[in-house]
Write a new protein. Structure first.
Length: 133
């Protein structure tokens, strides 16, 4: 058996790198750069803990739990990035559209910027409500 086959067999059935793993490694690198200037033992300990946890996740054979952790991380990441995407859209549409929230389902609705009172039907939940623009 060649060395490549031995390595491939060793990593078979393991979790490997996923988005949460990459996030942990990036956090570890950021702490490393901060610690270059701060020289703190607490930051060094946090680096080691993050690196150890990332390595543990990378080598873990419990795929179900690691996938569940990654799924939770992805949900949180999508909430944060979704907020910033909405703010970017609001800013780019500020001259032609206004954004209002449906009182029933809390979804953001993009409405044309026409002054006055308007009746709006939410496309998600079908709730009718009035909006003043």
């Amino acid at each position: 058996m060649t060395f490549k086959e031995k390595i491939a067999r060793f990593f078979m059935g393991r979790n490997g790198p996923d988005r949460f793993y990459r996030f942990l490694i990036i956090c570890c690198l950021v702490l490393l750069v901060i610690n270059l200037f701060a020289r703190s033992a607490v930051i060094y300990a946090a680096e080691l803990l993050l690196l150890g946890y990332a390595f543990f996740r990378f080598m873990s054979k419990n795929l179900y739990k690691r996938q569940a952790e990654n799924r939770k991380y992805m949900e949180l990441e999508n909430k944060v990035t979704g907020f910033f995407r909405l703010q970017k859209r609001k800013f780019s549409d500020r001259k032609t559209h206004v954004y209002r929230t449906c009182p029933s389902c809390k979804k953001h609705l993009r409405l044309p910027k026409k002054k006055g009172q308007h009746n709006v039907c939410c496309p998600v939940c079908g709730n009718n409500f009035s909006v003043r623009v």
